[in-house]
Design a protein around this ligand. Structure first.
Ligand SMILES: NC(=O)c1ccc[n+]([C@@H]2O[C@H](COP(=O)([O-])OP(=O)(O)OC[C@H]3O[C@@H](n4cnc5c(N)ncnc54)[C@H](OP(=O)(O)O)[C@@H]3O)[C@@H](O)[C@H]2O)c1
Length: 287
């Protein structure tokens, strides 16, 4: 008995289609959504992520600005760049690619982005709104996971959900989004005791560790017919992998998402969605 693959590429395609239609409607009103990205230095993984984001924008008709200051940029100069994009009315969304080089303060830089242009949903203002259930621009990876559940009509109401991750990017915002859907949420991390027992009780396990030397989610850790979402991306055995081996997990799970082709495409799709939301908000229109 094998479960159903949660196909992130298919769900992302659906979101992109929706975004393209809204971009057309916006253009009829003379608005061209624009995303500005800032990539400091030449971290090759970050370069790939930013390139993919630009390509996805192009596919749906969102225009982009590509800012690539060198890694010795000062905090002051980075802040000035962010301020200039905040002031530029033609820019609707600003994405600061993380991580920044060690000399720069990520919190200071992220906090400087105007909340209404914060398409990553990571400014303190938007994090606060998320925690009280009032956010509009939500972090892309967690909201992409919720979108996957909705697409497959997986009800979250009353479900026991275990998240293995407590980062600001993934686990914490996901906790709030799931709570808003009336799930019972348990957040696990590197100090959690008896992780296997905690997972065995879960209807849904969402795993985002990203280090196979420390952790692998195996089928003996989940209950029969559980749903598994694998957020992690790590290079292991020369391949891009998640925390679990899809073929093994799907033999016991009712649904599971693979890596690659699961959460990754959703993160990009939700960035596009946030950018058009920011563009519509900036013009005070409702599409
Ligand atoms: N597909 C996508 O679009 C996407 C987006 C974002 C992230 N990711 C991937 O998701 C993974 C996590 O990203 P992140 O930024 O959240 O990383 P992170 O900040 O390093 O978070 C990793 C989490 O795993 C926990 N952990 C570490 N070892 C563990 C263990 N042995 N048992 C249980 N929990 C353990 C950590 O616990 P502590 O807090 O105690 O250290 C932490 O909460 C990475 O592989 C990243 O590439 C993918």
């Amino acid at each position: 008995m094998t479960g159903i693959k949660i196909d992130g590429l298919e769900v992302a395609k659906n979101v992109k289609q929706e975004v393209s239609e809204i971009v057309k409607k916006l253009s009829e009103q003379g608005i061209t959504p624009c995303l500005a990205t800032i990539l400091v230095g030449n971290n090759s993984a970050s370069q790939t992520y930013v390139r993919n984001k630009h390509k996805a924008c192009e596919e749906v008709g969102i225009i982009t600005q590509d800012h690539q200051p060198s890694e010795d940029i000062t905090q002051k100069k980075l802040n000035e760049l962010i301020d200039s994009l905040n002031d530029d009315a033609s820019v609707h969304g600003i994405l600061l690619q993380l991580p920044l080089p060690n000399e720069l303060n990520e919190f200071e830089a992220t906090s400087r982005i105007l909340p209404e242009k914060d398409v990553d949903g990571l400014t303190p203002h938007n994090v606060g709104l998320l925690s009280i259930g009032s956010s509009i621009l939500k972090p892309c990876t967690p909201s992409g996971i919720i979108e996957m559940f909705d697409y497959y009509k997986i009800s979250l109401e009353g479900k026991n959900v275990v998240i293995i991750n407590r980062s600001n990017l993934v686990g914490k915002p996901l906790y709030h989004l799931l709570l808003q859907r009336n799930s019972t949420v348990t957040t696990c991390h590197s100090r959690t005791l008896n992780l296997q027992e905690v997972c065995k009780n879960a209807d849904i396990v969402i795993s985002g560790v990203g280090d196979r030397d420390k952790f692998t989610l195996t089928s003996d850790m989940i209950k029969e017919n559980a749903i598994v979402i694998d957020v992690a991306t790590t290079h292991y055995d020369g391949k891009l992998k998640g925390d679990s081996d899809f073929d093994e997990i799907i033999s016991k799970a009712s649904y599971a998402s693979p890596v690659p082709g699961g959460v990754g495409p959703m993160t990009v799709a939700m960035l596009l969605k946030n950018t058009i939301t920011a563009a519509t908000l900036s013009k005070g229109i409702d599409i």
